[in-house]
Ligand binder design. Sequence first.
Ligand SMILES: *[C@@H]1O[C@H](CO)[C@@H](O)[C@H](O)[C@H]1NC(C)=O
Ligand SMILES: *[C@@H]1O[C@H](CO)[C@@H](O)[C@H](O)[C@H]1NC(C)=O
Ligand SMILES: *[C@@H]1O[C@H](CO)[C@@H](O)[C@H](O)[C@H]1NC(C)=O
Ligand SMILES: *[C@@H]1O[C@H](CO)[C@@H](O)[C@H](O)[C@H]1NC(C)=O
Ligand SMILES: *[C@@H]1O[C@H](CO)[C@@H](O)[C@H](O)[C@H]1NC(C)=O
Ligand SMILES: *[C@@H]1O[C@H](CO)[C@@H](O)[C@H](O)[C@H]1NC(C)=O
Length: 409
Amino acid sequence: MRKKKPLLMVESNVKITLLIIGALVTISFYYININNNKEEKAIRPVVIFDTSVYDSLEGCDLFSGKWVHDNDSYPLYKDSDCPYILGDYACGQYGRKDSKYQQWRWQPHACNLPRFDAKEALERLRGKRVIFIGDSVNRNQWVSMVCMLQAVIPLGRKKMQKIHGVSLFTFKAFDYNVSIDFYWAPLLVESNGDHPSKHRTKDRIVRINSIEKHATNWINADILVFNSYLWWRMPTVKILNGSFEDSTQYDIVDNHNGYKMVLKTWSDWLHSHINHTRTRSYFMSMTATHHKGVEWGMQDDQNCLNETEPIMKDEFWESGSDLKMLMILESSLNKLKTRGVNVQMMNITQLTQYRKDAHPSIHRLHYSPLTKEQLSNPSSYSDCTHWCLPGVPDVWNELLLAHILRKHI
Ligand SMILES: *[C@@H]1O[C@H](CO)[C@@H](O)[C@H](O)[C@H]1NC(C)=O
Ligand SMILES: *[C@@H]1O[C@H](CO)[C@@H](O)[C@H](O)[C@H]1NC(C)=O
Ligand SMILES: *[C@@H]1O[C@H](CO)[C@@H](O)[C@H](O)[C@H]1NC(C)=O
Ligand SMILES: *[C@@H]1O[C@H](CO)[C@@H](O)[C@H](O)[C@H]1NC(C)=O
Ligand SMILES: *[C@@H]1O[C@H](CO)[C@@H](O)[C@H](O)[C@H]1NC(C)=O
Ligand SMILES: *[C@@H]1O[C@H](CO)[C@@H](O)[C@H](O)[C@H]1NC(C)=O
């Protein structure tokens, strides 16, 4: 059961099953990049950008703010211009007709974010390897980052690849020697969610102390961007003492305790294996889901389906967001800080709360055929967990880049 196969995952709370990004995606990646391999040599001359725009953000809380409609600056790219966009997030290609959800700027109360410039970002990331590590929301953000950057790179000077035998996808910009990677580890440590076929959502099993197998793939990065929340939203998890082959010996803990334990394992690993002079680490905080329309004044049975405007109520909070999980993350990061390891929490939780309009709902690729019952009730298969691209994850990346670029790296 531990044999490596193409990535696949099952989301529990949304009724999406089977998200396969193995064969399908790999095929399209190879198709796109079929002629790229010989041209990796020449590196473009370095262009110096004014860094003071980013430095001036020092001290500003970027996460406290509001959404402002701005169809001059957004969207940052067109979905039809990004060949790497996955069907899970390509809402426009899957029938979504409205586009206002793509046109919102995040306006911090205390400062202005610089206008995103893909060439500048690539220049400032020159020679760096960035790895996004986590679940499908993290993958959503990785695809967004690739789409944001790739538009300014000519065909043949970039490449997307699945690394054989590892849960790793890598996007390379040759002229900048930049690598933007994604590593699938939905629970950070080893779990039965790492593998496609033996995988039941009601029966989540983790090896709480076993992170090495995944983490050895993270060592040579300059920037690590973690996220693990979605899969911890079930009441309990099984903690395995031994190997998956002998999965009869386990303890059951509630999800909060499981999350604490896994963050401890993760912290210990980060503390002892990462060169913190070289590598900077970020942890994305949990993102909102919009399954309960009643929370913003709709009927009981409605959710994000058909929503086209953000919620404008200040401090809106949806009940699916488990504040306790956020506190556990915060306290784990604080503990790590006392050990000399600074992991910046990217506090995007509140800003996602408002964006009931920005999920794919029914406008996405479905990996298994929809049943008659589902088709007669579209709300029942609406994805109110992930995010359309272009859209909200682009803004997370702008915030991330603001953090990365405002200090010298
Ligand atoms: C996250 O940001 C929100 C909005 O500014 C703020 O209310 C909240 O206290 C922050 N949470 C943490 C854990 O920093
Ligand atoms: C941009 O939004 C304004 C309203 O905020 C609208 O009047 C205008 O037509 C929009 N422009 C485009 C190109 O969509
Ligand atoms: C590209 O970046 C890697 C680190 O990510 C570095 O080891 C390598 O020397 C760089 N190559 C060039 C040609 O600059
Ligand atoms: C698993 O290991 C822990 C710590 O060694 C021990 O306390 C616990 O009883 C073990 N559980 C099982 C089911 O073996
Ligand atoms: C850590 O990284 C820095 C910056 O790249 C380097 O100068 C230093 O030698 C590294 N330390 C170790 C122990 O590898
Ligand atoms: C969503 O919009 C479609 C098309 O306008 C409509 O037929 C459907 O009833 C709406 N569904 C909900 C749950 O509002």
